[in-house]
Write a protein that binds this ligand. Structure first.
Ligand code: SAH
Length: 401
């Protein structure tokens, strides 16, 4: 909800300040989904305000729930700009002494509709920039996701990552304002250290964040160990080459004492070779407050191919040997990149249809072979082939919300 609109609507009616507090409490702490659910207000007032102040600044256009409990939303601003928000579920081990399975949820939010930075592997990058999202459009993505968690009896959303569409530091003030609202005890009350901002390496933003009193996490999309490779996949590297980005990171580290999370997308034959790992270890240095997250590439209609598991493990082992902590969490990365690839929706949906048709054709052929007594024919798809086709279809689905 846009609080400027709300304040004006209440002031016009000369309503006392506690009304605003009631409304914001319902929206931001109880996760009411509409004016109807703000039951502390007289019905007539609710109806009046609904005319003037949209309950949410974003409209949900498409909602998809994956089997694992994750939720993906495609949304639009009131002037029609598309964005995305994803709720990722992480299953925890059973709580001690119970058979209750705990889940934790992370909300992945967008800071812009589209993005100006044109990273070559990113679907959002290929759209160009629509516009910056307002602080309310960012906060409302979280509230839309939180509303969908109500009444499930499952864990709450306790982490937020600014890893949806856009470059958060191109929209610094609105992102920080939204984060302050997420952090506020009058709002969802999320601990600042559970909120992460992911940046392409926009130096002025890193420098500014270093001076903020709020303890948010910083993640840097590095994706390459040298200027040559980085420049070839991320045009922003021409403006802010690696030495400038890392200098800003070190200053941030000195000022805040906080770790920086390095995101490193593993692209076959581009940045995933042992020499790249060695170069990366050298660039970051041992025990230096960086943690590397190796990320699986989510196909977005480019020519890149994700590195094999074996290559990733070897890469991680080299980093560890050289004293750089690294992790590779395929499920998380897939979910995140699912968010990144979303705006390739028409392409991904078309691909999904093609793959589903392929699976159906294989099943038909299977049945036919059985009927004609040639079940063991060589061209009958193997379990492996069927599994692979199914996996592809599901990956396309994940990218298509
Ligand atoms: N602009 C910010 C946040 C956006 S995306 C940034 O650059 O950090 C969040 C992460 O997903 C970034 O690390 C981004 O580089 C990565 N990403 C982009 N496209 C991807 C893809 N196809 N597969 C996996 N990760 C991708």
């Amino acid at each position: 909800m846009d609080t400027a609109l709300l304040t004006a609507a209440l002031a016009k009616r000369k309503l006392p300040a506690f009304r605003e507090r009631q409304i914001l409490h319902a929206a931001r702490r109880e996760f009411a989904a509409s004016w109807d659910e703000v039951t502390t207000l007289p019905k007539a007032l609710r109806v009046e305000l609904a005319e003037e102040v949209p309950f949410s600044t974003v409209t949900v256009e498409h909602e998809e729930r994956s089997k694992d409990g994750s939720i993906k939303l495609r949304l639009a601003t009131h002037d029609g700009f598309p964005l995305e928000a994803v709720l990722m579920r992480f299953d925890q081990p059973h709580a001690r002494g119970t058979d209750k399975k705990l889940s934790r949820y992370t909300a992945c939010l967008s800071s812009q509709s589209g993005c100006a930075l044109a990273c070559t592997f990113c679907a959002t990058g290929s759209m160009g920039l629509g516009r910056n999202l307002t602080e309310f459009e960012i906060l409302d993505q979280f509230l839309e996701l939180a509303q969908r968690r109500i009444g499930t009896g499952d864990g709450r959303i306790d982490n937020v990552v600014m890893m949806g569409m856009g470059e958060p530091f191109h929209n610094y003030d609105n992102v920080m304002a939204a984060i302050k609202n997420l952090n506020s005890p009058d709002g969802p009350g999320l601990a600042a250290r559970r909120i992460a901002i992911s940046t392409v390496g926009w130096v002025p933003g890193i420098e500014k964040l270093a001076d903020e009193p709020i303890q948010v996490k910083l993640a840097l999309s590095l994706h390459a160990p040298n200027d040559q490779v980085r420049g070839s996949i991320m045009p922003v590297n021409r403006k802010f080459p690696l030495d400038r980005v890392l200098k800003a990171c070190r200053t941030y580290r000195t000022k805040t004492g906080r770790r920086i999370f390095i995101e490193y997308l593993m692209l076959e034959g581009v940045n995933d070779q042992p020499e790249h790992a060695k170069e990366l270890a050298h660039l970051l240095g041992p025990d230096n407050g960086f943690h590397v997250n190796l990320i699986a590439y989510n196909p977005t209609g480019t020519d890149y191919i994700g590195s094999s598991d074996e290559v990733v493990r070897h890469f991680a082992a080299i980093l560890e040997r050289k004293g750089v902590s690294a992790s590779y969490r395929i499920s998380r990365a897939r979910d995140i990149s699912g968010a990144c690839g979303q705006l390739a929706a028409p392409v991904a949906a078309a691909k999904r249809k093609a793959r589903e048709a392929k699976i159906a054709r294989m099943a038909e052929r299977d049945a036919e072979a059985k009927a004609t007594g040639h079940a063991e024919r060589l061209e009958t798809p193997t379990e492996g082939e069927r599994f692979e086709a199914d996996l592809e279809a599901r990956a396309a689905e994940a990218a298509s919300v």
